[in-house]
Design a protein around this ligand. Structure first.
Ligand code: IPE
Ligand code: IPE
Ligand code: MG
Length: 231
C-alpha cells in the first residue's frame, strides 16, 4: 500500500460563527466567543499531534465591511485572546505568527501581537499562524510594492522572489485546507499557497467544530491521491 500523505501545513477557514449564534437566538458576538474557545482546543490538538503549521483565517480584508459594532467586538476579542492565551503558547511550546497587514490595527493590538511573536519565536512544536486583515490579493499587492526584479530574470527566479516576499515566506505550502460553515469558496485565503492543497468543506458551524471531526478529516486527507500534475 502507498504511504499516506504527510500533513505538514493545515489551514482552516473558520466560518459559521454568526449562524451558530443566530440558531440559538444569541447575538452574533456569542458565536465569535465560542469560536475562540474552539481555536484554543484545535491548536492544542494540532500541537499534540505533531502538525507543524496551522493557519487560521480570523479576519479578512473584506471583513471591515461588517457593522462597526461587530468589527470592534472582534478586535476586542482578539486582544483578550492574546492576553489570556499567552500561557497556552508557552505551556505547549507553540510559536505564534501573524499574516496579513496589521499596520492599521490599534497600537495596543500591534504590541500584543509583536510581543507574542517575539516571546514564542523559539518555540518548536506547532507554528500557529493567525490571518488578520489578511487577503491573498492584498498580500500579492504588498509583494509587488516590495519587489525589485532584476532585469533578465527567469520565471523561476521571479517565482522564488515572489515566494520569499509573501507573508508566508518561512512557511511551506498548504497541504489540507478545511472550510467549516458549509460555504464552498476560498474567500481570498492563501490562494497562492494552496495551489495544490487538498480541499475539504464541512457543514459544521465553526463553534461546533471538534478535534474528533478534524481527526476524521485528516484520515480522509491521508487517503487522497495527490498527483501534483503527474500521473
Ligand atoms: C467567521 O464566522 C468569523 C469571521 C469571519 C470573523 P462568520 O462571522 O462569517 O459567521 P457566518 O458566516 O455569518 O455564520
Ligand atoms: C471568511 O469568512 C473569512 C474568515 C473566516 C475570517 P466570511 O464569512 O467573511 O466569508 P464570505 O463573506 O462568506 O465569503
Ligand atoms: Mg461567514
Amino acid at each position: 500500500m502507498e504511504s499516506p500523505n504527510a500533513l505538514n501545513h493545515l489551514a482552516i477557514i473558520m466560518d459559521g460563527n454568526g449562524r451558530w449564534a443566530k440558531e440559538r437566538n444569541f447575538n452574533r458576538t456569542e458565536g465569535h466567543k465560542e469560536g475562540a474557545n474552539v481555536v484554543r482546543d484545535i491548536t492544542k490538538w494540532c500541537a499534540k499531534n505533531h502538525i507543524s503549521y496551522l493557519s487560521l483565517y480570523a479576519f479578512s480584508t473584506e471583513n471591515w465591511s461588517r457593522p462597526k459594532i461587530e468589527v470592534d467586538f472582534l478586535m476586542k476579542l482578539l486582544e483578550n485572546y492574546l492576553i489570556k492565551e499567552a500561557k497556552t503558547y508557552k505551556e505547549h511550546n507553540i510559536r505564534f505568527k501573524v499574516i496579513g497587514d496589521i499596520s492599521d490595527f490599534s497600537n495596543k493590538l500591534k504590541d500584543l501581537i509583536c510581543n507574542l511573536e517575539d516571546s514564542t519565536s523559539k518555540n518548536s512544536s506547532l507554528t500557529q499562524i493567525l490571518a488578520l486583515n489578511y487577503g491573498s490579493r492584498d498580500e500579492i499587492a504588498r509583494v509587488f510594492l516590495k519587489l525589485k526584479i532584476p532585469k533578465n530574470s527567469t520565471k523561476q527566479e521571479v517565482s522564488k522572489l515572489i515566494e520569499s516576499n509573501l507573508d508566508t515566506f518561512d512557511i511551506p505550502d498548504v497541504d489540507l485546507l478545511i472550510r467549516t460553515g458549509g460555504e464552498m469558496r476560498l474567500s481570498n485565503f492563501l490562494l497562492y499557497q494552496s495551489a495544490y492543497a487538498e480541499l475539504y468543506f464541512s457543514d459544521t458551524l465553526f463553534p461546533d467544530f471538534t478535534s474528533d471531526e478534524l481527526e476524521n478529516i485528516i484520515d480522509i486527507y491521508k487517503q487522497r491521491n495527490r498527483r501534483f500534475g503527474a500521473i
